[in-house]
Each structure stands twice: as C-alpha cells, then as structure tokens.
Design a protein around this ligand. Structure first.
Ligand SMILES: Cc1cc2nc3c(=O)[nH]c(=O)nc-3n(C[C@H](O)[C@H](O)[C@H](O)COP(=O)(O)OP(=O)(O)OC[C@H]3O[C@@H](n4cnc5c(N)ncnc54)[C@H](O)[C@@H]3O)c2cc1C
Length: 455
C-alpha cells in the first residue's frame, strides 16, 4: 500500500476503472461523482424490477477490454452474445439491414450503387487484414471519400442520414478514418456474413457498475456521490487538491480546516467543457486541444409499451422528414420477459444542445414524435404507452475534426500531477464503454509509472 492519495473526478467507466486499477496497485483512491449514482453516460434507472440504461447500450465482439473486466470481476457468465436485427426506415418502409443480401435489396438505392457499396465495404475490411497504413484516411472527410469511391448515391442515401443522425451539422466534416474504424469493428461483430451478435450483460450494465464500486470500496477506496468538484486547486502549475461546495460531505470529511482537500494526483474524466470550468490554469495551447473536438448532445425518450413498434432492434431513420434518428427496441434484443413482458422502446436523437428538441419536455417530445412513430407502424397509438421517461446528455458524442490525431489532448496535462481522461481522447475508434475502460487502465498505468519514476 502506498500513502499516495489519488482523486478521480467522474464516476463513469473511465473514472471507475482508473480507481479500481489504482486500488489494485495499492493507491488510496477517492472517486467524486456529481450525480447521485455511478455509471455516467452508461448509467441506468429502475424499470419493471430490473435496471435499464438511460441510453441504449450493447457491446461489439471487438469490445475485449470491458468483457475482460467483467470476467476479472467474476461476471463472465453474465456476458450474453445475442443476434441482433438492424433495419433502415426510408420511403415509408422498413428495410432489413443485417446481411449483404439485405444491402442488395435496399430499394432506395439504385442496384448498381448497391453492388458498388458492397464492394467498397469489402475493400475497407480487407485494408484491416492487410494492415495498410490508414493515416491518409484522417486527411479526407468520409463524405468526400464516399462520394468519390462509393458514389454520390451511397453517401446521400446510406451514410449521410447516419452521419447526420450522429453529428448533425458537422456530418460532412467527419474524417474517413473514424468511419473506417466503425465499419471494420461493426463487421467484426458478425457471426459469419449473415448475423450480427451484440453483447449485453445479464442484469444490465448496472451489474458491472455495482461490481466495480464494490471492488473499489473493498480496496479501501472512497466513493462520494452527489459530490461536484468545483475547482481543481493548482499552485505553481501543480495540481494539489480539490474544492467542493462548503456544505459538501466530501469537503467536511476530507478538507479538515482547509478550504480544499489535498491530493497527490488528480485524474479528471469530466467532458472537456466541464473540465475547463474547474481548471482555469491550463495554457492556451492545451485549451485549444481540449476545444478541438466539440460534442453532440443526446435526447432520449423511453417508452414502456403494451405492444411492439417493429420487429427490428436498431432502426436507423433515413427519412429526413422524421425528427429523430433511430428507434431502438430493447425487447427485440433482450426478451420482453426480463421486463415483465412489456416492450421497451428508445426514441433517440443526437443534436446540437442549441436545438429546440434539447429544451423540450418529455410530453412535448412525445407529441412531436407521435405522428412519425405512426409512419413506422400505422397502428401505433398513445394507448400503447404505459410509462414514459426522458433523459438528455450534453456530452453524448465527441465530434472529431480532420487530422485530429495531432490535436488530441495529452493524458498528462501541462499541470503537473493532473491527468485528463475523457471521450475526446478515444480515436480513431468511436467512443464506448470498452474504450473508457481501456482509458481508465491506461491512465492508471501512466500515473503509477510517473509516481515510480519520480520516487
Ligand atoms: C445514447 C448513448 C448510447 C450509447 N451507446 C453505447 C453502446 O451501445 N455501447 C457502448 O459501449 N457505449 C455506448 N455509449 C457510450 C458510453 O456510454 C460512453 O462512451 C462511456 O460511458 C463514457 O464513459 P466515461 O467515463 O468516459 O465518461 P462519462 O460517462 O461521461 O463520465 C464522466 C462523469 O464525470 C462526471 N462529472 C462531470 N463533471 C464533474 C464534476 N465537476 N464533479 C464530479 N463529477 C463530474 C459526470 O457526471 C459523469 O458521470 C453510448 C452513449 C450514449 C449517450
């Protein structure tokens, strides 16, 4: 056991993993989460005697770090790999989108473009196995690349709706490198060519959140919930502690008579804009890096239904007249029996936080969405809805610019003893719980190396 006190800001998967890994190495860890529960973007809420993620969550077979963490914590038997059904909604019709033959049947795209699209996707997958240098793909946007090699229709009819759904007005600016990774990892999740298997922990992501919290506490770590860090205290460019509200339990227990609680090192896993609010001493160049990636917000309406909307788990909405980007029917993935035979549907939107949809109440959103849900299933009626929830997340998805690899903020910040670990540093992969686990592990290792070197 070392006597080094490490503070971790943020109780999402990056923060929890960093605390757990540092605990294994013998550090005294103190985890601060502003919300009343752990989990961050992967947090859950109670429903029908179980828990459900506020935003739909699953794993791909490439998500090896988090699956290994499940196994390490004795939860290996809870990892389920389940075939999933993806679809496409356009021209008032649901198109299956599971196998290459589904792509050949996608009537919204001229046949020759479908064949071309399939060949280009196969080529992108081949690039991975041939381990080609892919750095060139971060110099070109996915939009330009697809229009050039896959044809304008492939971009307009297939990719553009997906990119708009995830990145809004920035859809045309996302590097091809990001998309290449996404395609390859997604294809890697296929069982043969016809089925995609996705992972989900029996009992929801909460089982891993609980196991991590238990492990951290058993190691002697302390977890403070509802504990908003107001400021990272920096003296002579060295992080020395954290400040909390005067009446916060963390302050009463940890600060003694001082105005702040002292720590040897601090890891901040808050989104960059939130980190910049609590650290004002970063040099200008580092602030520029922290601002290089912006964030999309997510707005989720979750419906507990008497009947199913469609047979599809993940339905991408390509029809631009519909004001949401996907419906995700959890009970077409996890059996309805798990939720007392209710059907659970997410209506998902990624948008700029300035969008009016981000400000709307739950009921306003439902009324705005209702006629569009009826386009997907004309029978759908408000009578089907037994209960409804509404969640929004401001930092749901980083938007990375071209040539981002040179702009990623370093884990070791320019302020000594202060580390940054958030989703903007996950690249070229798309952010996800697996990569936050990897990030937490990397930061813990780096911090340990620094401590040992300086000793
Ligand atoms: C709609 C949606 C769907 C998703 N689907 C999937 C999926 O299918 N599979 C998958 O693997 N991933 C998915 N993700 C992504 C995944 O949830 C995230 O990448 C991951 O959970 C991020 O973890 P993190 O710890 O890096 O960040 P976060 O979860 O954002 O954690 C940061 C924490 O810091 C806290 N914090 C911020 N400021 C302060 C402060 N001043 N003081 C104290 N605490 C503070 C926040 O409250 C938060 O809990 C999805 C995300 C969304 C939004």
């Amino acid at each position: 056991m070392t006597n080094k006190r490490i503070a971790i800001i943020g109780g999402g998967f990056a923060g929890m993993t960093a605390a757990y890994e540092l605990g294994k190495l013998g550090y005294q860890t103190f985890l601060f989460e502003r919300m009343p529960e752990l989990g961050g973007l992967a947090g859950t809420f109670p429903i029908e005697g179980t828990r459900l993620e506020r935003g739909y969550h699953h794993w791909f077979t490439s998500d090896t770090h988090i699956v290994a963490q499940m196994e390490e914590l004795g939860l290996g038997d809870r990892v389920q790999w389940i075939p999933s059904r993806t679809g496409w909604f356009d021209q008032n019709k649901i198109w299956n989108m599971v196998s290459p033959t589904d792509l050949l049947r996608l009537g919204t795209l001229p046949f020759v473009d479908r064949v071309r699209l399939g060949m280009v996707v196969a080529y992108l997958t081949y690039l991975q196995s041939s381990k080609k240098n892919l750095a060139q793909y971060e110099k070109i946007t996915a939009a330009e690349w697809w229009k050039k090699f896959g044809g304008r229709n492939a971009w307009d009819k297939v990719w553009s709706p997906l990119f708009r759904g995830k990145f809004g007005a920035a859809a045309e600016n996302i590097p091809m490198e990001w998309h290449w990774y996404k395609i390859v990892l997604r294809i890697g999740s296929r069982k043969g060519m016809t089925k995609e298997a996705l992972g989900y922990p029996r009992g929801s992501f909460q089982v891993l959140i609980d196991a991590l919290a238990d492990a951290i506490r058993k190691q002697g770590g302390k977890i403070y919930l509802g504990a908003t860090v107001q400021r990272v205290v920096v003296e002579n460019s060295v992080a020395v502690g954290l400040q909390f509200a005067d009446d916060a339990a963390a302050r009463r227990e940890l600060a003694g008579g001082e105005s702040y609680a002292r720590f040897d090192r601090v890891i901040c896993t808050a989104p960059s804009f939130a980190a910049l609010k609590i650290v004002s001493e970063f040099p200008r160049e580092y602030v520029a890096k922290m601002n290089a990636a912006k964030y999309m917000a997510a707005v989720l309406v979750i419906l507990k239904l008497k009947k199913s909307l469609s047979p599809i788990y993940w339905l991408n909405i390509a029809d631009r007249t519909i004001p949401f980007v996907a419906t995700i029917e959890q009970t077409n993935f996890i059996p309805p029996q798990v939720y007392n035979d209710k059907r659970i549907l997410y209506v998902s939107n990624y948008l700029d936080p300035s969008s009016p949809y981000f400000q709307m109440s739950r009921d306003e959103l439902f009324h705005a969405y209702l006629p569009h849900l009826q386009k997907i299933n004309p029978q759908f009626s408000p009578d089907w809805v037994e209960e409804m929830w509404h969640f929004k997340e401001a930092a749901a998805q980083p938007i990375v610019p071209l040539n981002y690899s040179a702009m990623i903020p370093e884990y070791r910040t320019p302020l000594r003893n202060l580390y940054l670990a958030n989703t903007t540093q996950i690249y070229p992969e798309d952010r996800g719980t697996n990569y936050s686990v990897r990030l937490g592990q990397e930061i813990a290792r780096m911090l340990d190396e620094d401590v040992k070197r300086e000793a």
